[in-house]
Design a protein around this ligand. Structure first.
Ligand code: IMP
Ligand code: MG
Length: 176
């Protein structure tokens, strides 16, 4: 068990399980995008670890960029998404693969969907390491899902609780 700020967390998903899921996602991405020179876009801060592993496993030409959006305050989504760091690259006509650590309510995804449509990308797919089906309220398709998890607050592998926990190599869930 670990403690971050005022909350206690218990082990939930091992490093080995995470790696297995990333291997599976990578196999699909190599198969579906190997000939397309995709632009990977990681959603900061949470996706940095996941993005790095996906990129290392991609065996063909590709580019990577990042956006930063924020909607979380502590353990709750505020519902309001702010763009904190935008894309300064021409996305027109590109095949984009969006890399998310987790899709929860979908508010962030809806915001990025707007940005990518405005930028006139050729096509884009969403890849998320974790997905909370019970919390998802939107209709933007999440095309590649690593693992579906219950509607619990998790930390580790890039995910934080008020800034802490991103460095943990396995995933913990809030102790009930
Ligand atoms: P959404 O906009 O509600 O889908 O939330 C997306 C973002 O909120 C994710 O990219 C994470 O940064 C953060 N988030 C959602 N669920 C969790 C969680 O369980 N732990 C930590 N951060 C989370
Ligand atoms: Mg995130």
């Amino acid at each position: 068990m670990i403690k971050l700020h005022d909350l206690e967390f218990e082990p939930f998903i091992s490093e080995q399980e995470i790696n297995k899921v990333i291997d599976q996602l990578s196999e699909q991405l190599n198969r579906d995008f190997g000939s397309k020179t995709p632009l990977f876009i990681g959603v900061l801060n949470g996706s940095f670890m996941f993005a790095s592993e996906i990129i290392k496993r991609f065996n063909s030409d590709c580019e990577i960029s990042f956006v930063k959006l924020g909607s979380y305050d502590g353990t709750e989504s505020t519902g309001e998404v702010k763009t904190l760091l935008g894309l300064n690259q021409d996305l027109k006509g590109r095949t984009v693969i969006l890399l998310e650590d987790i899709v929860d309510t979908g508010n962030t995804l809806v915001e990025i969907d707007k940005i990518l449509k405005q930028a006139e990308v050729k096509e884009y797919k969403v890849v998320s390491l974790f997905f909370k089906p019970e919390a998802y309220k939107k209709s933007v398709p999440v095309d590649y899902i690593g693992m579906e998890i219950p509607n619990k607050f998790i930390v580790g592998y890039g995910l934080d609780y008020d800034g802490l926990g991103r460095n943990l190599t396995q995933v913990y869930k809030r102790k009930e």
